[in-house]
Design a protein around this ligand. Structure first.
Ligand code: FES
Ligand code: FES
Length: 215
């Protein structure tokens, strides 16, 4: 899907995260709109008092550490890290893929201080001060890391939408456990989903990378 086909800001707008819409949408409409309005008015009044409401609009300047380089972006506070990397960082970092956008598939996996996270569920502002590593930061076509090389060698990919997530997850896992069993690799990958069904080769590649001793 190209950027022109998908405008994440439009999508975020359509989510409309306001409390009023949320409260009305969670199935309590039957309790009466008056109750909903009361809850909303109280919540808004509290925000006015503590000033929290003012931080919900406008852009903030954020300095990110992406693959060892300082990258400055201007984003709304609600912008996800995935959105920032793909659509606000210049040049774009497109290794992490937008697939489900709700934390179920793992295609957007990046490492935050070495730990795999779904970047579609992380706010950009929560990545401040942390080292962000995407699949691009693990190796290059000329100098791939052991997992990237094993994926090529074992032909562990088809459409590739899930691949960067698997490579990132496995690269982090092998640092923790350089000599895993098949069952341990499968467990480590349980947050990554492959619609093409390449699992056997993905696991084979992970074990081959471990065996190479170059992790
Ligand atoms: S796009 Fe983030 S988990 Fe699917
Ligand atoms: S290779 Fe297509 S989703 Fe995994």
């Amino acid at each position: 899907m190209s950027k022109s086909d998908y405008d994440p800001d439009e999508k975020q707008k359509s989510h409309n995260p306001s409390r009023r819409k949320f409260l009305k949408g969670v199935g309590i409409a039957g309790a009466g709109a008056a109750v909903v309005d009361k809850l909303w008015i109280e919540a808004e009044a509290k925000e006015e008092q503590d000033g929290a409401g003012r931080s919900l609009s406008g852009n903030v300047n954020v300095a990110l550490d992406v693959n060892g380089a300082k990258r400055n972006v201007q984003v709304e506070p609600r912008t996800t890290l995935l959105n920032a990397l793909r659509n606000h960082v210049e040049p774009a970092v497109t290794g992490p893929k937008l697939v489900c956008d709700v934390g179920t598939c793992g295609a957007c996996t990046v490492l935050l201080d070495g730990k795999p996270v779904y970047s579609c569920l992380v706010l950009t502002v929560d990545a401040i001060g942390k080292k962000i590593t995407t699949v691009e930061g693990l190796g290059t076509p000329e100098n791939p890391n052991a997992v990237q090389a094993a994926f090529v060698e074992k032909d562990a990919l088809m459409c590739v939408f899930c691949t960067r997530g698997f490579v990132t997850t496995i690269s982090a896992y092998l640092k923790k456990n350089p000599n895993p069993s098949l069952a341990q690799v499968q467990e480590a990958c349980k947050g990554n989903f492959c619609r093409c069904g390449t699992y056997p080769r993905v696991f084979e590649a992970a074990l081959a990378a471990a065996k190479s001793g170059k992790v």
